[in-house]
Design a protein around this ligand. Structure first.
Ligand SMILES: NC(=O)c1ccc[n+]([C@@H]2O[C@H](COP(=O)([O-])OP(=O)(O)OC[C@H]3O[C@@H](n4cnc5c(N)ncnc54)[C@H](O)[C@@H]3O)[C@@H](O)[C@H]2O)c1
Length: 334
């Protein structure tokens, strides 16, 4: 197979995607796109070998690009993904893939009418050594049977709702924009399927910002085997950016901490938990790209395959429907 040619849209976190491609085998970043002229001049200096576009559509129409990384604003992803597929390009999209059910349907349809193209996304907590270690322990039975899990996305960056593009997107979703990371983590760690969600939200922290949707959303998840979960997207918290994760099994309980994690193997207060020092988060935002490129080349598996990312998106969209309509939402055919 010839070397692949990559393009990157959006040069915020998209710059990390450039570095991810550079760590992958047999792919060259040949084109970049940002609508911001200052970003363009920065990129021309740093990446002189790349063609530069102002309009994403022009990069997406470039026949000399095989794979595109989409790191534009959340509400631009869906249309760009569909256009990329329809011009035969593989897509590594930033989360969230889209903001609405009908956009998710359009992405699935575009994928099925373009067999051979691949899609992955950047719910990169799966690459964290802390959570990879935890998943290994769950899989080898150390925690016993999982029956309850909590995962809180404590964003700790309220200013981003007031100052940046997030607060300007009509109907910005904190669950799709941030909580998606911990929803994906919970599905991946448990290996289970969610059958029902019930959610609620408030916007007390961002009162007065003119922000139209909740900055805090909490959801209870019911899994196919009876396990329960709770996830939050807590954008206003007075707390550092942190993934607060607690996994309860019949044999042990895991608790993530900022310095280290703990594994409680006893109900006795006098028995200290095991300390787990694997790095957290210990990731670079481009870490999923080399595996995705290997999958495109047919020499490996993407860490996040299409069915995983669709499952995560369906849970997040169901959570948003639940708080919006104040109803429990069932998923799939269950
Ligand atoms: N996976 C992660 O951990 C992670 C972390 C941060 C951001 N993100 C996601 O990455 C995306 C970008 O966020 P960011 O923090 O980099 O924002 P940012 O504001 O730092 O950078 C975004 C850049 O993209 C450009 N841009 C946006 N839409 C564009 C379009 N349609 N065409 C051309 N240029 C466009 C902007 O001009 C800007 O330079 C968002 O979807 C966000 O949710 C993911």
């Amino acid at each position: 197979m010839q070397r692949l040619r990559a393009g990157v849209i959006g040069l915020g976190v998209g710059e990390r995607h450039i570095h991810g491609f550079r760590r992958a085998a047999a792919v060259d970043v040949v084109a970049l796109c940002d609508m911001d002229l200052q970003k363009q001049s920065m990129a021309r200096e740093k990446y002189p070998e790349c063609r530069m576009y102002t309009h994403a559509d022009d990069l997406l129409a470039d026949p000399e690009i095989d794979v595109v990384a989409i790191a534009s604003y959340d509400h631009h992803h869906a249309a760009q993904i569909v256009k990329a597929f329809d011009s035969g390009k593989h897509v590594f999209s930033e989360k969230p893939l889209c903001l609405r059910d009908e956009e998710l349907r359009a992405i699935k349809e575009a994928l099925s009418r373009n067999p051979g193209v691949r899609l992955s996304t950047n719910t990169v907590l799966r690459m964290s050594p802390r959570f990879r270690d935890l998943r290994g322990r769950i899989q080898n039975g150390e925690l016993g049977r999982l029956y309850y899990a909590e995962a809180d996305y404590n964003y700790g960056r309220l200013f981003k709702l007031r100052e940046g593009w997030r607060g300007q997107i009509p109907d910005y979703s904190v669950m799709l924009g941030g909580g998606v990371h911990v929803v994906d983590l919970m599905l991946w760690l448990s290996g289970r399927r969610v059958v029902e969600v019930i959610a609620s939200g408030n916007k007390i922290c961002s009162a007065g910002y003119g922000f139209s949707t909740p900055d805090m959303v909490v959801a209870i998840l019911r899994f196919d085997d009876g396990m329960l979960g709770k996830v939050t997207a807590n954008f206003g918290c007075v707390y550092p950016h942190f993934h607060k994760v607690l996994i309860y099994g019949t044999e042990a309980t895991f608790e993530n901490g900022i310095e280290s994690a703990s594994l409680f193997r006893s109900r006795d207060r006098d028995v200290p938990p095991d300390r787990i020092d694997t790095p957290y988060p210990g990731i670079d935002k481009g870490d999923l790209i080399p595996g995705f490129i290997d999958a495109i080349r047919g020499i490996g598996h993407a860490e996040i395959e299409e069915e995983d990312l669709f499952a995560t998106m369906e849970v997040c969209l169901a959570i948003d429907k639940s708080w919006r309509e104040d109803v429990p939402v069932r998923l799939g055919s269950a």
